[in-house]
Write a protein that binds this ligand. Structure first.
Ligand code: FES
Length: 120
């Protein structure tokens, strides 16, 4: 029988009071926090907002979240057998749930369009 561990996900949008949802996730030795979130989105709630791309290549940096209060890449952070709390990055603008705006300000679409309008 597969053992389940509690995973707490912080949910919410800008301007809303954050809420914390606890779910039981089947645990495998060595699984990542990303594995747990993907399992939750697939089997429990497809509305959990989360972003990732390269999965374990540690190249895209899209999966940065707060894991037990520390900034981590969800694809490389290991899920604790005692359970884990996952939230959005506290120092970035919240988009929704675990998604924050991690694009450097100079690289945002608004900045690029603003730069183009000044040069044309
Ligand atoms: S998914 Fe790309 S660094 Fe984690």
């Amino acid at each position: 029988m597969t053992r389940a561990v509690p995973v707490v996900i912080q949910r919410g949008a800008p301007g809303e009071e954050p809420r914390f949802e606890t779910h039981q996730v089947p645990y495998r030795e060595g699984m990542s926090v990303l594995d747990a979130i993907v399992w939750l989105r697939t089997h429990v709630d497809s509305t959990i907002a989360f972003r990732y791309s390269c999965i374990n290549a540690n190249a895209c940096k899209e999966c940065m979240v707060a894991v037990d209060g520390h900034t981590r890449y969800a694809c490389t952070a290991r899920l604790s057998p005692a359970g884990t709390t996952v939230g959005p990055l506290a120092n970035k603008k919240l988009v929704r749930d675990l998604v924050t705006d991690i694009v450097p300000p100079k690289e945002s679409l608004q900045a690029i369009l603003g730069e183009r309008s000044r040069t044309s």
